[in-house]
Design a protein. Structure first.
Length: 174
């Protein structure tokens, strides 16, 4: 086994261990996002240690991060972040970022917002259980690639995105 292959194997094991440890550390936080990208559907677990909510003067700001737990899926798809403000049980100002690998193993960064790509989030249910936010819903829109982390989004070759989410989130830790 070459040094490069050994490095990649060790890296994959470390990432998987980190994902398992994060999930075990936050047993109350859990959930899933089902994601459909153009021609591919993925069922992704919540990355509990990286997802949260915060109360911001009359509305709740929600951030949901997922990463695949399957090493094969990890080679193609790295992460998804869905964020929005929750005001009177309605999602406001949604945004999404997605990181995946292309066929030539390069990273592709995809982004969408309500104003760039028409991203919409519909909250079907939300409730607080002490400090735990239970929230479910759907999302739909178009993603475009970006080289500046979503500041500008190129929609000349758009990728349709849709899906559902059902998560339990703890508040941000300060």
């Amino acid at each position: 086994m070459s040094a490069w292959n050994r490095f990649r194997s060790i890296r994959a094991i470390c990432i998987l261990a980190m994902l398992i440890a994060t999930t075990m550390a936050e047993a109350r936080e859990d959930g899933r996002i089902t994601l459909t990208l153009a021609d591919q559907t993925l069922d992704l677990p919540l990355s509990a240690g990286h997802s949260d909510w915060t109360d911001a003067q009359g509305y709740v700001s929600v951030s949901i991060l997922t990463r695949p737990s399957d090493p094969v899926a990890w080679q193609r798809f790295q992460s998804l972040r869905l964020a929005f403000d929750l005001l009177r049980h309605r999602a406001q100002m949604p945004e999404m970022s997605l990181l995946r690998r292309s066929g030539d193993a390069q990273f592709e960064r995809w982004y969408g917002r309500a104003d760039d790509g028409g991203l919409t989030v519909t909250v079907t249910d939300s409730a607080f259980d002490d400090d735990l936010l239970r929230i479910t819903g759907t999302f739909d829109g178009t993603l475009g690639q970006s080289v500046d982390f979503g500041k500008t989004i190129d929609l000349s070759a758009p990728m349709p995105v849709s899906g559902t989410f059902e998560v339990n989130l703890l508040p941000i830790r300060r």
